[in-house]
Design a protein around this ligand. Structure first.
Ligand code: WTA
Length: 651
């Protein structure tokens, strides 16, 4: 640790790191002087079939157009370009299967696979603009499928393979997907778990209404028996694998939709976040290059996220592949067959850049430092964090134990909606502080403001504010699929007068003006870096015949950041009111949404605290769940209600 004059606990980069870094401190000023020229320079790192004639068109705000008139192919940029420039033999993916199998895929291999898939999807009759749902685990074919869609201009919608059939169907219906790509099953801690079966269940007709899906394309991964619907179901190895490995990529408009990715909002219905091509690829590749100081010739990069989330889209698939990265892709859990798996993998491939979530760092801490200490992790030179605020204790442990006490940590703040990293240190420039995301990356502009939109003063710890983005950015979402009104209402109404994007996060500025993200200020929980809305869990609970009313809050949790705590009122018909009921309700939520949404605690209570207008006071429930003294109860109809809730808690 080095003490600097203005902060007693700041960690500047070493002189060697700074000297070899991809960018120097002047980049901030260059970007600020002419933001559009700066972004144009970043876009010029890509291959354009036709160059744009205008960098930004913001006249239709809040829907931006970036690189207007430009035409490109995203897959060509991620694959073909590297092969054509003589890097075909470079490894794109070191894939590590959970059972211990592995595959090495070069950029030439990837080009052949993506071309085959593109040829076969064309044969199936899919044309630019058609939607494809991808419900797959962490295997190379998932990336091939995504890139084949991108190559053909088919917006993909990844559905995390841990989601339930109900959640899958909801997403298929919303996007009206014509094709689902999936696997027979996925490996989970040594056991094959069915996945095709979940697709079959999801696609069952709802009454008279069939799903929009015409075909289900199935990759064989675990080799278990699967039910087969003739005419609808197709094996990947009998179709894609037999197709022609040559395919010529066509160019699409810079604003052609690239993907839809659903994320939780403050209502029960997930939002289909829409991203487009040119701006998205520009900002994901730029941030991957500068935030991780990525050097394609020497780095081995590993992002541990799942491809089903936005981190996987932007920092496993599009950003790194556009930059010609060599990366590790790991299929399984970090403790299979034991807790050494990640560190063995880092040793095996010589990983230099490692990007993960704070919840995993805290899990590693719990397992103990003797586990990573048993391995040579000296190859690591940059560490990244994403998904939730990282607590200073975990930050220091991460740097000391995994980063040998020297690797800079980039704490990257961004969202599904922002598409790419927005606020983060740059590893060769910033003197980082444990727990702070620090400053917007060059080209990005953010502010911390109060209710009225006035900038909060530095160092005012009491006066925490809202994080807003006050300038458009290339990888910004272009809307919510099928619901542009919700897009405006969710992100732009809050600070409509100023025209700012409301991120939904609280933040503060310290005395040096560095930014600390404090967590969500809306009804969205963050459990192990996964966004889950309280409304979604409540609706799954009241879907059970035994539940009359439910209120859900996120309570702080040592490992997962937040844990889901539910308070339920049972119906008169509910026969069981004890532990069996609680278990059944937990299972119901896991089934309806996903095991990641399973409540940590469910309390059966006689009443819920409500205001006179009937609104449930979640703030007070959070106080109860976290064992605090109650805050202001003056607006409650019946303050006595807490006596009974507390009594219920001790059951
Ligand atoms: C939170 C993940 C603090 C935040 C890329 C945000 C963070 C939400 C950080 C987006 C960070 C993400 N520090 N909080 N470095 N990164 N968050 O859409 O609340 O899954 O709004 O995108 O995660 O989650 P999402």
């Amino acid at each position: 640790m080095t003490e600097t004059a203005d902060h007693p606990d700041a960690y500047p980069p070493s002189a060697e790191f700074a000297a070899a870094a991809n960018v120097d401190a002047g980049i901030y000023e260059r970007a600020a002087q002419d933001r559009e020229a700066f972004w144009a320079e970043q876009a010029d790192c890509l291959h354009w079939h036709e160059r744009w004639n205008q960098v930004l068109d913001w006249t239709d705000a809040p829907v931006a157009k970036w690189f207007v008139g430009g035409r490109l192919n995203v897959a060509y940029n991620c694959v073909d370009r590297h092969v054509l420039e003589g890097r075909g033999d470079k490894v794109a993916l070191h894939w590590e299967g959970e059972p211990g199998d592995s595959r090495t895929i070069t950029y030439s291999d990837l080009l052949a696979e993506v071309s085959r898939a593109a040829n076969y999807l064309t044969e199936l009759g899919l044309t630019a603009g058609d939607r494809v749902a991808i419900y797959m685990p962490m295997i190379p074919e998932t990336i091939v499928a995504m890139l084949a869609c991108a190559r053909l201009g088919l917006p993909h919608s990844l559905v995390f393979a841990g989601f339930s059939p109900t959640a899958l169907r909801q997403r298929i219906d919303d996007a009206e997907a014509r094709l689902v790509i999936t696997v027979d099953g996925q490996w989970r801690r040594g056991t094959p778990a069915p996945l095709k079966e979940a697709v079959d269940e999801a696609l069952l007709a709802k009454g008279d209404v069939p799903s929009s899906v015409e075909h289900v394309l199935v990759v064989r991964r675990v080799g278990t028996e699967v039910e087969w619907t003739e005419g609808r179901d197709l094996w990947w190895h009998e179709t894609v694998a037999q197709a022609d490995p040559v395919h010529e990529a066509q160019a699409f408009d810079a604003e052609h939709p690239l993907f839809i990715l659903y994320t939780s909002g403050t209502t029960g219905k997930p939002k289909g976040i829409l991203h487009t091509s040119g701006g998205y690829l520009t900002q994901t590749s730029y941030t991957h290059r500068v935030v991780f100081d990525h050097k394609p010739e020497t780095d081995v990069y590993w992002c541990t996220a799942d491809v089903g989330w936005v981190t996987g889209h932007s920092y496993i698939v599009y950003g790194p592949l556009a930059n010609g990265a060599t990366q590790v892709l790991y299929e399984g859990t970090p403790n299979f067959p034991d807790e050494h798996r990640h560190w063995q993998t880092i040793e095996k491939y010589g990983v230099t850049i490692y990007y993960t979530a704070p919840t995993l760092v805290r899990t590693f801490m719990k397992w103990g430092r003797q586990i990573p200490d048993a391995h040579d992790l000296s190859s690591i030179r940059v560490l990244g964090s994403v998904g939730e605020p990282i607590n200073p204790e975990a930050w220091r442990w991460y740097r000391d134990v995994i980063g040998s006490g020297t690797a800079p940590i980039v704490d990257t703040w961004w969202q599904t909606e922002t598409g790419a990293i927005m606020i983060s240190p740059l590893p060769g420039i910033t003197a980082t502080k444990p727990g702070a995301a620090m400053t917007p990356v060059p080209g990005v502009s953010a502010a911390v403001v109060d209710e009225e939109g006035k900038t909060v003063r530095r160092g005012e710890t009491e006066a925490n504010g809202y994080l807003v983005l006050d300038q458009p950015w290339p990888s910004m979402l272009r809307g919510i699929w099928g619901d542009m009104e919700r897009y405006r209402a969710t992100y732009w109404d809050r600070f409509a007068d100023q025209g700012w994007y409301f991120a939904g996060d609280g933040a503060k500025l310290d005395v040096n003006g560095d930014l600390w993200v404090l967590g969500r200020v809306d009804d969205v929980m963050n459990v192990s870096g996964h966004r889950i809305s309280t409304a979604e869990v409540e609706s799954a609970l009241v879907g059970h015949s035994g539940v009359a009313e439910a209120a859900v809050v996120g309570a702080s949790d040592e490992t997962t950041g937040q844990g889901i705590v539910a308070f339920v009122i049972l119906t008169a018909e509910a026969t069981d009111t004890g532990a069996t009921m609680v278990d059944e309700l937990k299972a119901e939520v896991a089934r309806e949404i996903s095991p990641i949404a399973r409540p940590r605690e469910i309390h059966v209570v006689p009443e819920l605290p409500k205001t006179r207008s009937g609104k449930i006071m979640r703030r007070l429930l959070r106080d109860v769940a976290e064992g605090r003294e109650l805050g202001d109860t003056s607006t409650l109809v019946d303050p006595q209600v807490f006596e009974s809730i507390r009594a219920g808690r001790t059951d």
